[in-house]
Design a protein around this ligand. Structure first.
Ligand code: PLP
Length: 394
């Protein structure tokens, strides 16, 4: 028989694969979460809530499913959801995106960032990223055939270093990725920062990929400085956000990108042949839930009180908290406790002291040690209390 004769003579062999992303390995987030599980540590490492979302949101999705909204939606997203996003952005940032031609619903912010990069970056192009930064940017740029040009944020304040950004601009620069509120430093860009960015890019054809997934987590009465507020920037930007962060549903992976029609047109070409569409009932449920703006407008107060609780507890420890003006992250300077490297400190903290954290060095392309670790405080108050009791022993 053909099958048995082939079995006897042919050894099945997977051809050698030349990696598109040779530098990518297991991320520190996976490593620390596995260590946390193994050692029973309180996991303040990875950025996601340990509490559930509003049951009303689940009910809205449930109702959509029961009403048969279970087939492919339009490629760009359910119109009601795109309308709700357009209305929200107009209300908050004073820029009216056209729901038909300028907003696309995506599989989380992650896919929006990738699609924006694939849409505009060509082989040989450069894209400026500001370190420390979220880990998907550089692999996305490499997938597009471009290269990342890393410009550090100013050490100490994590403010944008416009002189170094200006020096990094070249005729090959196609885009810059900005992220405010900022993961991991928990800083936010000011209006003056945005105006400086606009002035810097004015004579160029550089696009902005603006990662604003923490847009609703800005504290102490400050305003989120979306690029959408600045017409000059909005005209060259993809504004990207995530329902996962805003509504405590990181596992749903639904986000969106808003951009001028010409950019959205290219974005959708990539999106169409990448995911094509994002799941239908979630989109209907989110559209209904967005009708009540208190759900997103109340988020800052909700997380600000968690931030304050966590920081008050840190006063009982030898860790020194850095300012947190946005996001659900709290960075600490641990130099009074240890002179280990950041990664060693976080491993030790997880395995020996029972609290998982992420080393800031994991967010830099070049090794850079500042004795800073990042905690996530999107956790139940009792989870934070348990972690703080352990940290007080350091
Ligand atoms: C800065 C930043 N951008 C993007 C994302 C990804 O968002 P999503 O889960 O919607 O893909 C995250 C998630 O941690 C993030 O911190």
């Amino acid at each position: 028989m053909l099958r048995s004769s082939m079995d006897a003579t042919v050894v099945p062999r997977t051809p050698a694969v030349e990696s598109r992303l040779p530098k990518v390995g297991t991320t520190i987030f996976t490593v620390m979460s596995a260590l946390a599980a193994e050692h029973g540590a309180v996991n303040l490492g990875q950025g996601f809530p340990d509490f559930d979302c509003d049951p009303a949101l689940v009910a809205a999705v449930d109702e959509a499913m029961r009403h048969g909204l279970n087939q492919y939606p339009p490629m760009a997203g359910v119109p009601a959801l795109r309308e709700a996003i357009a209305a929200k952005m107009d209300a908050l940032y004073g820029h009216r995106y056209d729901a038909g031609s300028e907003i696309t619903v995506t599989a989380g912010a992650t896919q929006a960032i990738l699609s924006a990069i694939l849409a505009v970056v060509h082989p040989g192009d450069e894209v400026i990223v500001l370190d420390p930064c979220y880990d998907s940017y550089e692999p996305n740029i490499v997938m597009a055939g471009g290269s990342a040009v890393h410009v550090p944020l100013l050490p100490g304040t994590f403010a944008p270093d416009f002189e170094r950004i200006a020096a990094a601009l070249s005729p090959r620069t196609r885009a810059i990725v900005v992220n405010t509120p900022h993961n991991p430093s928990a800083t936010v860009w000011s209006q003056a920062d945005m105006e400086r960015l606009a002035a810097l890019l004015r004579p160029t054809g550089v696009f902005v990929i603006s990662d604003e997934v923490y847009e609703h987590m800005v504290y102490d009465g400050e305003r989120h400085q979306s690029v959408a507020r600045f017409p000059e920037l909005a005209a060259r930007s993809f504004v990207i956000s995530s329902f996962g962060k805003t509504y405590h549903v990181t596992g749903w992976k639904v986000g969106y990108a808003a951009a001028p029609a010409a950019l959205t047109n290219e974005f959708r070409k990539v999106h169409q042949f990448n995911v094509f569409t994002v799941n239908t009932p979630m989109q209907h449920g989110l559209a209904r839930y967005m009708a009540d703006p208190s759900h997103h407008l109340g988020l800052a107060a909700f997380y600000q009180s968690k931030r304050d609780l966590f920081r008050a507890g840190l006063d009982r420890t030898r860790l020194v908290p850095l300012p947190t003006r946005g996001t659900y992250f709290q960075c600490v300077d641990y130099s009074a406790v240890s002179d280990r490297s950041e990664e060693d400190f976080c491993r030790w903290l997880t395995t020996e002291k029972g609290v998982a954290a992420i080393p800031l060095s994991a967010f830099y392309a070049e090794p850079f040690e500042q004795r800073i670790a990042r905690f996530c405080f999107a956790k139940k108050d009792e989870t934070l209390a348990l972690a703080l009791d352990r940290l007080a022993q350091l």
